[in-house]
Design a protein around this ligand. Sequence first.
Ligand SMILES: [Zn+2]
Length: 381
Amino acid sequence: MNGRDWQIGRILGIPIKVHVSWFLVFGFVTWSLATGYLPEALPGLSVGRYWVMGSVASLLLFGSVLLHELGHSYVALRYRVPIGQITLFVFGGIAQMHREPPGPRAEFLIAIAGPLVSFTLGGLLLGLASVADAQGLQGLIVLGFLLGSVNLQLGLFNLIPGFPLDGGRVLRAGLWAWSGDFYRATRQASLAGQGFGLGLGLLGAVLLVGAISGTIPGPVAANGGWIALIGLFLFGAARSSRRQAALRASLTRMVVGDLMVRNVVTIPSELTVEDAVSRYFLQHGFDGFPVQEDGRLVGMLAVSDVQTLPRSLWAWRRVRDIMQPWSASVEVSPDTPAFTALEQMLREGESRLGVVQDGRLVGLVTRSSIGRFLQLHGLRR
Ligand SMILES: [Zn+2]
């Protein structure tokens, strides 16, 4: 969703962004309120008033979704789970957590906070609207009932127990607490999400077909369309969560020793770049080599290092002049979890790491070797 988000401010230190798709919802909701709901609930006002009230209601609806997400974010921050941003888009909002919750209890409380905010808001608005004196306040009362019931629906919808919806997170928290296995719980809760997504999709399709063929009243068609879209969206999000959990689980089980390339070719540091290119890069076809000097590892030489040196200097510079010196950031041990190695590569911007055991180079692990492993296990398309 990057690049199409428009930042509108910061709350609790979190950037609040609006995705372009949200403007579609704003337009649609304002239009349907101004031309359908409001003229029916409050007859006799001018067309302009309906549109103003419709826009105000849409903005307040936006505020309701934002408060829901802030509910999640507030509790997440209490558990030191950083929130990258809150984005409002066509199907609601997302508070992007930068880390998984530290435990099932935190997961449960973070997940339930959003619906709790929505239920509280909904209850308050409906309560106020029903006790308000009707004299001259009809407009506010209608808006209060409308927003109150929207908030209740928001809370209820999000409690559907399919990951990544809030109810699915509650389910995951329970499964996590029960089995102690975070990834397994994620896979199971996501599977439930796929099931509910499929169910909603089918329900929406049935409503849509019924409305089109005339067996179900017309206005249901729009709802059918929305329900089907939300179902598809939930199905897709749940499926990718399930795949990701499977991938992370298999990566946490694998160690570098399972994935590393064992026949490592090293380059002597005193070789000229010219010779390194013709005798190593072209001969072996690798993108990078560890560099040795007197039997010690002293650096790593990659194609990119050679590329930065003008061709005319290749015969005059030695490998040691242009290599990256050896450091802890390019080194792992055979027992390092593959996932940690991958994170290290991404963090340090390295595409290969030397695998060192008892001070001796025993292998090389590359981004492409991890990629190949994932591909062979059907974890990457
Ligand atoms: Zn939520």
